[in-house]
Design a protein around this ligand. Structure first.
Ligand SMILES: Cc1ncc(COP(=O)(O)O)c(C=O)c1O
Length: 517
């Protein structure tokens, strides 16, 4: 056996080495004249491209690869076998909520009338898709306990940006946009970036020993120049902020608002509503909580929900019922049937559009399908399962991996590499070794407040059997750290490429093929 096979054979029963084929670039495999298709002979008068395109006509054909159809199909299929995916196994990437996207969502999103609804379609012909949007808005308002919502933002960070613009517009309407936003040191990196891009100074709040907000520090730091506190709840260490109502009180007493980063709502849906515990404005990540696809660059969706006093500032257009006696736009109140929906642009205090058209509508359909397929009880069960799974892993691993915060975990658990670091093995090494055991790595070195963080989020998708395999893998790696640390420090051993220069890949990626001389 080769060394790599010996190393892999030590792993648990989940994986076994298997062949993957070498693959050159399509450009390298190209040979002149090959085609994947053949067009029928021209049966209309030919057009002179030089006359048609003028100066835009290129002198030489583009250097595109030339291959047959089967070569192209095999190329991409082979590449896909080098990859890892949620459809292959557990993807415990903490903070990212890599839950399974049920196929029924995809089925519904592909229904012709929905999939082909064009944003320029006249409203009279778009009532069905507008009703879908209205239904999703009302479901999300019910789930969050908020009063009004926009679905426009295209991602979580975009939602933060939109939400903070609402905060700013509201303060401005009172005469002073204020100067600073408070953000805990445990926050997702997008929070300070969003506050800064909206023109605010960011002031960091130190977390207390339980990983929550230090109320004394908050009271000291919040003043008449504080526009808002941006709080992720549950936080990035997977802890629910139990003082949330008190925090809202402290902020409101100084005229500041409470922004909740609701990207982790998968730990709260059906159990607690931010609108009921003092939150003024929040965003959701449909691509985390409501099982729309993510990773690989999107498309995401980051709706922003707010309390009624912020509603006049929402981005335009806002979906309303046309009739005079319709309930307040976006109010979430039940509406009589058969009134046509229309987009309202008449919103003098609006922050304006934040995205072209109405948002990533395909994601709205998937999220609504997921919500309706689960129903209220199903969504609550989903939340409970996500929290149960994280706590199961915590209970099974806390004797061998350091748990820096003992506060009860919600949907994710954050260990540190403290004990393994004593043997020279870091969180990144353990994560790489997990690949040999057939798992996607957990999130490495985040959140920043935990040195050597190992952030694990199993989600509700995983069965007890898969969780047990993961736990077995983590325990086995911990043993390897004691007995043969070099095995872990040099992992992965079973992949086509081992340790990549990640800095070089991020800073100087080679993204373009260039012909060799
Ligand atoms: C807590 C939290 N906030 C904000 C974001 C940003 O969301 P997005 O990546 O969609 O911009 C994420 C993403 O995972 C998150 O986990």
């Amino acid at each position: 056996m080769k060394t790599s096979e010996v190393l892999v054979s030590r792993t648990t029963g989940k994986v076994r080495p298997h062949q993957t084929q070498n693959e050159a670039l399509l450009f390298e495999k190209s040979s002149p004249g090959k085609r994947a298709y053949k067009l029928p002979p021209l049966d209309v008068p030919a057009v002179d491209s030089a006359t048609l395109l003028g100066a835009a006509r290129r002198d030489q054909a583009a250097e595109l690869p030339e291959l047959s159809e089967i070569e192209i199909v095999r190329h991409f299929t082979r590449l896909s076998t080098w990859n890892y995916a949620i459809d292959l196994g557990m993807y415990p990437l903490g903070s990212c909520t890599m839950k399974y996207n049920p196929r029924v969502n995809e089925f519904v999103a592909r229904i012709e009338g929905l999939a082909e609804a064009h944003p320029y379609r006249p409203e009279s012909l778009a009532q069905g898709i507008l009703e879908v949007i209205d239904n999703l808005q009302r479901c999300l308002l019910e789930i969050t306990g908020m009063d009004a919502i926009t679905l426009q933002p295209a991602a979580g960070a975009h939602g933060e940006f939109t939400g903070i613009l609402l905060v700013r517009a509201w303060h401005e309407s009172l005469g002073n946009p204020r100067r600073k936003i408070l953000i805990p040191d445990s926050a997702h990196g997008t929070n300070p970036a969003s506050a800064a891009i909206c023109g605010y100074t960011v002031e960091t709040l130190k977390s207390n020993a339980e990983g929550g907000i230090d109320l004394d520090a908050l009271t000291r730091q919040v003043d008449e120049e504080t526009a808002a506190l941006m709080l992720t709840n549950p936080s990035t260490i997977g802890v629910f902020e139990s003082q949330i109502a008190k925090i809202a009180e402290i902020l409101h007493a100084k005229g500041a608002l409470l922004y909740m980063d609701g990207a982790n709502m998968n730990a709260l849906v059906g159990k607690a509503r931010p609108g009921d515990f003092g939150v003024d404005v929040m965003h959701l990540n449909l691509h985390k909580t409501f099982s729309t696809p993510h990773g690989g660059g999107g498309p995401g969706s980051g709706p922003v929900a707010c309390k009624a006093f912020l509603e006049p500032f929402l981005p335009t257009p806002v979906l309303v019922r046309k009739a005079q006696d319709a309930p307040a736009p976006n109010s979430g109140a039940s509406k009589s049937k058969n009134l046509p929906f229309t987009w309202s642009y008449d919103r003098p205090q609006s922050i304006g559009r934040v995205r072209a058209f109405y948002g990533n509508v395909g994601m709205f359909i998937r999220a609504l399908a997921y919500i309706l397929a689960n129903g209220p009880d199903g969504l609550r069960q989903t939340t409970e399962d996500a929290v149960l799974n994280a706590n199961y892993i915590r209970a099974k691993l806390e004797d061998i991996y350091e748990l820096p915060y003992k506060t009860a975990s919600m949907h994710e658990v954050v260990f540190s590499d403290k004990r393994q670091a004593a043997k020279g093995v870091k969180t990144g090494d353990i994560a790489k070794r997990l690949i040999d055991y057939g798992f996607h790595p957990y999130t490495v070195s985040f959140p920043m407040i935990v040195h050597g963080a190992m952030m694990i989020e199993p989600t509700e998708s995983e069965s007890l059997e898969e969780l047990d395999l993961f736990i077995e893998a983590m325990r086995s790696i911990a043993r390897e750290v004691e007995e043969t640390p070099v095995l872990v420090k040099t992992a992965p051993h079973s992949t086509r490429v081992s340790r990549l220069d990640e800095v070089q890949a991020a800073r100087k990626p080679i993204l373009r093929w260039r012909p060799t001389a």
